[in-house]
Design a binder for this molecule. Structure first.
Ligand code: G6P
Length: 497
């Protein structure tokens, strides 16, 4: 899918994100290769960067001892959207491994991640990590300036767009704005947060919360998935910094500027998932109903609660014994962080206990995969599952819920269950809504999904699919560019010729 056909920016764009849209790997012979990421964000945003001759600034997934080592071009057989992103358009951020570990595993993943997901008891607040977060953000900002200096501009009026992504880089805009002003280079700055923004009472637990807000407010526009997160942010700006705010129009005054805040719910490459589902082989046996869970192995995803709800289902509704299985795919994630290692242990034990309790010679209730799947396998599971179980305790959006409905091309379709504490739960109204904390209720909702009449399933799934098809990831990119005043319209195309 070439998003450049659909969306393009009026000028050049620099994207800055913790991860580049590919990782670098070292082969046995010592040479480097690129491995493209398959995420929807990359699919939608990379073509816009490429089309405008822009840059992508980020971390390549490994530490390079020699900072001047050339970055390879992508493999010519690679058909990913980043193929056209030439190595001279990529700025690889190099940070000392000790500082990087403290910034990424420490401040990002052991402080901001739990805090922003409203789980403050899991967060640790270490001055050292914060110091390294500041250093890392400054380094990303300096790399962005290098890109900005090299950026081609069609004419003197063109103001390039810098798009900063996610909680890893909440301070970077501050320095980018300052350096760009010092050098007299005009630019517009936009930020998008891919995780929730917490309420003030949680946010203020972070000892350096003022600095975070000031860093984000260096942007001209700040996007969040849903209105609740926007309101939390606006509230924090008022209560922490004493900013004048307009809640109705989502505006914050800061440093003599007015910063716009917008809900911009992210979507998925809908048609790509439909195509995958159309082509994927049949992988699941048809004599059982499959309840499917697909998640990074993360404590925010509510996996322990999910297994307990499934156990309760088997206890309360024995008619499902030998007829229903839970297929849980848990993708390894952030394995250097203690909380993630502990969750892995807990899940292994729980799966073993529940399977030990119910397994018969011909059936196991839980099939547990700890690993990653190919896109084809994933699409096959999404398509043939009877129930998609998306029950995070807290989640910025949750794209699994959207990928599941995109792949539901069978008639009659399956049923989506989603938590109200995910951004997706706010917008996917025809899903069954399930509070994952209430295990008894959750088990009854799963039973309801498994026994739902066909016509109700069809009706619900039709609405869900229609919405996701319209609001796909291209639409999201377009909305962001439009909110930044950087969307190239058809008229602009005509002018350019
Ligand atoms: C979330 C974040 C992303 C992050 C991803 C995977 O979706 O919003 O920014 O890339 O998790 O986490 P990782 O730590 O492996 O990058």
């Amino acid at each position: 899918v070439n998003n450049a056909d659909v969306v393009s920016s009026t000028g050049s764009m620099i994207v800055i994100s913790n991860r580049l849209p590919f990782v670098l790997q070292r082969k046995k012979d010592g040479s480097l290769v690129r491995k493209a990421s398959a995420g929807g964000l990359v699919t939608a945003v990379a073509p816009v960067v490429i089309n405008g001759n822009g840059f992508w600034v980020g971390w390549p997934g490994i530490h390079l001892d020699n900072p001047n080592e050339p970055i390879p071009e992508s493999d010519p057989d690679d058909i990913s959207p980043t193929t056209g992103l030439k190595s001279d358009k990529v700025i690889v951020v190099q940070i000392d491994p000790v500082i990087f570990d403290s910034y990424y595993n420490g401040c990002c993943n052991a402080t901001f991640w739990p805090l922003f997901h409203s789980m403050p008891d899991r967060a640790n607040f270490k001055r050292e990590h914060w110091k390294n977060y500041v250093t890392a953000n400054k380094e990303f900002a300096e790399c962005t300036l290098r890109a900005l200096r090299q950026l081609p501009r069609k004419n003197a009026n063109e103001v390039p767009l810098i798009w900063v992504h996610d909680y890893h880089l909440m301070l970077a805009a501050n320095w980018i704005r300052q350096y760009a002003e010092d050098e007299g280079i005009p630019c517009k700055l936009g930020f998008f947060l891919h995780i929730p923004f917490p309420p003030w009472d949680i946010f203020r637990l972070f000892p350096w919360s003022d600095e975070i807000l000031q860093g984000m407010l260096a942007c001209d526009m700040i996007g969040f998935h849903i209105t609740d997160y926007c309101l939390n942010f606006v509230d924090c700006c008022q209560r922490n910094l004493g900013c004048r705010v307009d809640r109705k129009n989502l505006l914050v005054e800061h440093g003599g500027r007015t910063v716009r805040v917008r809900p911009l719910p992210i979507g998925i490459p809908f048609e790509r998932f439909v195509e995958l589902a159309e082509k994927a082989p049949k992988l699941l046996s048809t004599n059982q109903q499959i309840i499917l869970g697909v998640d990074r192995l993360d404590y925010t995803k509510g996996l322990v609660h999910r297994l307990l709800a499934f156990e309760k289902l088997l206890e309360k509704f024995p008619e499902h014994l030998e007829k229903v299985s839970l297929l849980q795919i848990s993708v390894p994630s952030r394995t250097d962080v203690k909380e993630y290692q502990e969750l892995k242990e807990e899940m292994d034990q729980l799966v073993g206990r529940i399977n030990g309790r119910f397994t018969t010679p011909n059936w196991s209730p839980i099939r547990y995969i700890y690993g990653s799947l190919s896109q084809n396998e994933l699409a096959a599971f999404y398509r043939d599952a009877a129930v998609g179980l998306v029950t995070p305790l807290r989640d910025g959006m949750n794209l699994v819920a959207k990928e599941f409905v995109a792949c539901q091309i069978n008639i009659p379709p399956g049923v989506l269950i989603v938590s109200p504490f995910a951004g997706a739960g706010e917008t996917m109204h025809e899903a069954l809504i399930c509070n994952p904390y209430e295990i008894d209720d959750a088990s009854e909702i799963i039973h309801r999904a498994l026994t739902m009449p066909e016509d109700e399933r069809i009706l619900r799934m039709n609405y869900l699919r229609r919405r996701e098809k319209l609001n796909d990831v291209n639409y999201w990119t377009k909305s962001f560019l439009s909110a930044m005043g950087s969307l190239q319209t058809q008229d602009d195309h005509d002018e350019v010729g």
